[in-house]
Structure formats: C-alpha cells, structure tokens
Design a protein around this ligand. Structure first.
Ligand code: BG6
Ligand code: MG
Length: 208
C-alpha cells in the first residue's frame, strides 16, 4: 500500500449517528418513517441524494427551493449535534492509524461525500495529516460513483491499485470497488459483503 484513502463519517469519527439523528428528525417532520435500516442505505450518499431518497420513500414531491430549505434544516440540526464534539469522538485507533501511515511514508487522502468535512477535520485536529482532501465541496457526484476516490488517488499521485480505501458505507464500498481499489470495510462482513476484508475499527487493522 502506497496510499490510504479514508472516508470520514463512520471511519475516522463517530458522526454517522448524528447524520442519522438529523435525517430521522427531518423525515419525521415530514411524516415519513426513517429507521436504522433506511439510514444504512444512505450512509456515504450526498446530502441532496439522501433527501431525494427520503422524499421518494414518503412519496412527497418538493421544488428545488423547498429541497434547499430542507437540506439547510437538516444540516443545521446536524451541526447542532456536532458543535459539542471533541477530538475524543475520533473512532478507536483512527488517529494512531493515520499517524502510523505517516511514519511509514504512506500518502494519506480523505475521500468523503460531506460538505462539512473541513469543519470535522478541524474539530479533530487532524487536517495537517492529510496530503489531499477530497470532499463534497470538491466532487458533486455521490458515492457509489467512484469519482471521489479516483480524484483522491490522482491528488496523491497514485493509481487505484496502489491505494487502499477504508469505508463504512455500502455505497462507499461500491464506489471503491468500481474505481478499482482494494477496500477495507469498517464494519461487519454481513453489512459490507463487497469489501475485500473487514475490520471493526481502524485500531483493529494492521498495515501489511
Ligand atoms: C457522508 C455521510 O459522509 O456525507 C452521509 O455518510 C452524509 O450520511 C454525506 O449525508 C453528506 O454530508 P454533509 O455533511 O455534506 O451533509
Ligand atoms: Mg462513512
């Protein structure tokens, strides 16, 4: 492995639960049921695409302007939850793993769908560890499209075969595999059957 590309939410930091809570609050405000299972399918998916899937589930149509307002509302609720977050909410072993990659001369990139990625990296104090940051502000195409990871590999000057992608989302694992990457799923084999291997956390994975 010459390069490591990390998803953010659910791989480096425990923010997936806040996305879930905020989406559930929004769905309920529209009278739409939204379970953990519904959420599983939305992990890694961009803000707009997530909203559109929730509206589709509730059979509700909204104009572009209304969707914009709903996304702002969800994001505000999400930010209200993450504002209190400290570096302690980095996931088990994540920061040590990044530092270990750095020591071993492995290039590090972020490959996230989130537009809030710069804020979260700041909160965790880990922005300086990354050679490249590719997030929802850079790439519009939502995972499972592989563009976010392909752009990340390009930015660290490596081809997909030389990089490992670390992902907790079904859509993210699909994106990595479509892009030709080896993919370590952060979760279980049951949740992420397409991953090349799985680990419960980065703390459990050793670089070979
Ligand atoms: C992904 C999360 O990392 O980013 C999704 O897994 C989220 O749950 C997506 O919807 C977009 O995030 P944001 O912060 O731009 O709303
Ligand atoms: Mg994720």
């Amino acid at each position: 492995m010459k390069g490591a590309i990390f998803d953010l939410d659910g791989v480096l930091v425990d923010t997936a639960k806040y996305h879930f809570q905020a989406w559930q609050r929004l769905a309920h405000s529209l009278g739409i049921e939204f379970t953990e299972d519904d959420n599983e399918a939305l992990k890694g998916v961009s803000r707009l695409e997530s909203l559109e899937r929730i509206l589709e589930k509730g059979n509700i149509e909204k104009s572009v302007e209304e969707k914009e307002e709903l996304m702002q509302l969800k994001n505000q609720w999400y930010l209200d939850l993450v504002v209190e977050m400290t570096a302690g909410e980095a996931l088990t072993g994540a920061i040590a793993f990044l530092e270990d990659c750095k020591l071993k001369g492995i290039k590090i990139a972020l490959g996230s769908s989130s537009k809030n990625a710069p804020l979260i990296l700041n909160k965790l104090n880990i922005g300086h560890l990354f050679d490249a940051v590719v997030d929802g502000n850079v790439v519009n195409l939502s995972k499972p499209d592989p563009t976010v990871f392909l752009t990340a590999a390009q930015k660290i000057g490596l081809s997909p075969e030389d990089c490992i992608v670390f992902e907790d989302a079904i859509a993210g694992v699909q994106a990595a595999k479509k892009g030709g990457f080896y993919c370590v799923g952060i979760g279980t084999k049951e949740n992420l059957p397409l991953a090349d291997e799985v680990a419960h956390s980065l703390g459990e994975y050793s670089i070979r």
